[in-house]
Design a protein around this ligand. Structure first.
Ligand SMILES: *Cc1c(COP(=O)(O)O)cnc(C)c1O
Ligand code: SF4
Length: 350
């Protein structure tokens, strides 16, 4: 891979953004795609496009507009992120940590995005950035800042360095996290120069966003190796998606594949109830079945938490298969193979 600093910008400029170009490439009808792309933007990088093997496959489903996106009338913001933002773009839901939406752009616009209401719509301006920094500096309870968006790693190196420097100048900011999908969608963005910038701001954690084993390939693996070699701990957030990864075998191969490229699976997210994404939603039982197929069958390192983000912005809740039951003063524990074992718990009085 070439490390010409402008290579990633060239790749981004070569991304498909027009429904007609996409339709021509795959010999499908452009008309149904146009209305969707007008409402929710379309962008597919050359790398991500190269992962599509046939129309309708798991990569295609994640990035190609589908007319059913327009037929779903759920809330745009079920997690009430806007009303939980003391200043625009800064979501303060938990006492000690915040999500800061520092970018609105992404290399690929995922059709299932929980921030469909805002990604791809204009840039964040300098005044709202100053307001956010003032809020952070004036709120000592905040120790953990999660940069999100959009994709923070689409910001130019200098802008990112400036922003990280201003965060690190706030004494109570202990941890900085970045949520990014570019290792998957635009791996050439992870340049040695970017890694040099990022490693100046430790402790810095990155959560990537892999959803399917086909997204693990030599390019994305090399991008993750460059980040890991810069001393950055890599986690991964996967969204449970119908027709993409709602299958124990697929999820097992994704989780073990991530560990091999030095990423520790962190969360599997139940799809939020966001407008335009209903066709991706699975049942919660599907997620529970997947979790039961991971825990104990695979390395504990390959087993993330399955979480539901509660409507109304009430926080993430881990959801587990039923391992613990109490019955007639007994504690009954279910093994990963389904055997129920009685366990004596000193706290239980007979
Ligand atoms: C998910 C999330 C966080 C981070 O939660 P962790 O469980 O610490 O990863 C923080 N703030 C908001 C608004 C979130 O949605
Ligand atoms: S990369 Fe993340 S923020 Fe961007 S469209 Fe995909 S899910 Fe949404």
């Amino acid at each position: 891979m070439s490390f010409n600093e402008s290579q990633w910008q060239k790749s981004l400029a070569a991304a498909i953004t027009s429904p007609d170009e996409l339709a021509e490439r795959f010999g499908t009808e452009p008309e149904p795609l146009r209305a969707v792309a007008n409402r929710y933007p379309l962008r597919i990088t050359p790398h991500y496009l190269s992962l599509i093997r046939i129309p309708g496959d798991p990569i295609w489903r994640q990035c190609v507009p589908d007319p059913v996106e327009l037929e779903d009338d759920q809330s745009e913001d079920p997690l009430c992120e806007e009303s939980l933002s003391p200043v625009p773009g800064l979501i303060h839901r938990y006492p000690d940590r915040v999500v800061w939406l520092v970018a609105n752009e992404c290399a690929v616009y995922c059709r299932f995005c929980m921030r469909k209401r805002r990604v791809g719509c204009g840039r964040t301006d300098a005044t709202s950035r100053d307001a956010a920094l003032n809020y952070l500096a004036g709120t000592p309870a905040i120790r953990d800042i999660i940069l999100s968006g959009g994709d923070p790693l689409l910001l130019p190196d200098e802008e990112l360095a400036d922003l990280l420097g201003r965060l690190r100048a706030i004494p109570h900011v202990e941890i900085i996290r970045i949520g990014t999908r570019v290792p998957v969608t635009l791996p050439e963005r992870i340049t040695p120069a970017l890694c040099q910038v990022l490693k100046r701001f430790h402790p810095l954690y990155i959560n990537t966003h892999f959803n399917h084993p086909a997204e693990i390939n030599p390019e994305s693996a090399a991008a993750c190796a460059r980040l890991a070699d810069a001393g950055i701990q890599l986690g991964n957030q996967t969204v449970l998606l119908r027709g993409v990864n709602d299958d124990p075998g697929v999820m097992r191969s994704l989780m073990t594949g991530l560990l091999k490229i030095r990423i520790r699976p962190y969360y599997i997210h139940q799809m939020d109830l966001v407008r335009g994404t209903g066709h991706f939603r699975t049942t919660v039982d599907c997620g529970i079945e997947i979790m039961a197929s991971l825990r104990g069958h695979l390395s504990g390192l390959a087993t993330p938490y399955y979480v539901i983000d509660l409507p109304g912005g009430k926080g993430k809740v881990p959801v587990l298969p039923e391992y613990v039951r109490r019955q007639n003063g007994k504690l009954l524990l279910r093994s990963y193979l389904g055997e129920v074992v009685e366990y004596s718990d000193p706290a239980i009085v007979e």
